[in-house]
Design a binder for this molecule. Structure first.
Ligand SMILES: N[C@@H](CCC(=O)N[C@@H](CS)C(=O)NCC(=O)O)C(=O)O
Length: 212
C-alpha cells in the first residue's frame, strides 16, 4: 500500500493520477497546509524541504515528483518507453526538461514574492509568464515535429506531468494556444484515472484543457 501525502490540486495530484492509471493501491494522507503541516517535524522527516508531495512506498519514502513518477513507471514497466529502447533517451530528456524548467518556473509564477520580494513580485511574475510561454512552446513544437508515440498517442507519466502543469498555467498559457499539447490533454482528461481523480478532488470534466 502506498501512502500519498497530499493537498488537493497540487503536485500530489500528478502522483495520484499515475497511481490511479497504474491501478496501484494507495491511501491519501491529507496535509493541513494552513495549519502548518508542511513545516511539522514529522512531515520534514518525509520531505526535508516541506514540499508536496511525499510518497511512502514499500521501498521507503520518496519525494520529488519526477523521481516518484519514474519509480512507479519502472516498477510496473508502464507509462514510459522501456529502458534500452531508442525512445528512452528522448523520454528522459523531456521529463527532466519538465521537472527542472517548467515546474520550478510555475512555482515562481505562483509565488513570485518568494524569489523577488514583495516589492518586485509583479515584475517577477511577468518574467515567469514569459518564460513559461517559451517553455510550453518548446514542448508543443517538439510534439508537433517529432510526434513521439509514447507521448502523443498513449498515456505516459510525462503526459500527466505536463497536463497538470498546463492546468495550473491556464492563465498565461491556455491549452488552445498549443495545439499538439492540447490534443494530449483532451485525450488524458477522458481516461478513467483522470475522471476518478477529478471527481475525488472536485475538478470538473475538463481538468487539463479547460480548468476554469
Ligand atoms: N521539486 C519538487 C517541487 C514540489 C512543489 O513545489 N510542490 C508545491 C505544490 S505544486 C508545494 O509544495 N507548494 C507549497 C509551498 O511551496 O509552500 C517536486 O517536484 O516535488
Amino acid at each position: 500500500m502506498y501512502v500519498l501525502h497530499h493537498t488537493p490540486d497540487s503536485a500530489a495530484l500528478i502522483v495520484r493520477l499515475v497511481l490511479e492509471e497504474l491501478g496501484l493501491p494507495y491511501q491519501i494522507a491529507s496535509l493541513d497546509r494552513e495549519g502548518g503541516a508542511l513545516d511539522s517535524p514529522s512531515y520534514r522527516k518525509l520531505q526535508p524541504l516541506g514540499k508536496i508531495p511525499a510518497l511512502e512506498t514499500p521501498d521507503g519514502t520518496m519525494f520529488e515528483t519526477a523521481a516518484i513518477l519514474l519509480h512507479l513507471s519502472e516498477i510496473t514497466g508502464k507509462l514510459a518507453p522501456a529502458p534500452n529502447t531508442p525512445e528512452r533517451g528522448q523520454f528522459l530528456k523531456w521529463l527532466f526538461f519538465t521537472s527542472s524548467n517548467l515546474h520550478p518556473t510555475a512555482m515562481v509564477y505562483y509565488y513570485p514574492h518568494r524569489v523577488a520580494g514583495p516589492e518586485n513580485a509583479d515584475a517577477a511574475k511577468a518574467q515567469a509568464a514569459a518564460t513559461l510561454k517559451s517553455l510550453v512552446k518548446t514542448l508543443d513544437d517538439m510534439v508537433a515535429l517529432e510526434a513521439p508515440d509514447w507521448l502523443s498517442t498513449a498515456p505516459s507519466i510525462l503526459g500527466y506531468y505536463i497536463a497538470m502543469l498546463m492546468r495550473w498555467l491556464f492563465e498565461p498559457c491556455p491549452a488552445t494556444d498549443y495545439p499538439a499539447l492540447h490534443k494530449i490533454l483532451l485525450a488524458l482528461e477522458t481516461r478513467p484515472a483522470a475522471i476518478a481523480c477529478a471527481q475525488a478532488e472536485g475538478l470538473g470534466d475538463m481538468m487539463f484543457s479547460n480548468p476554469y
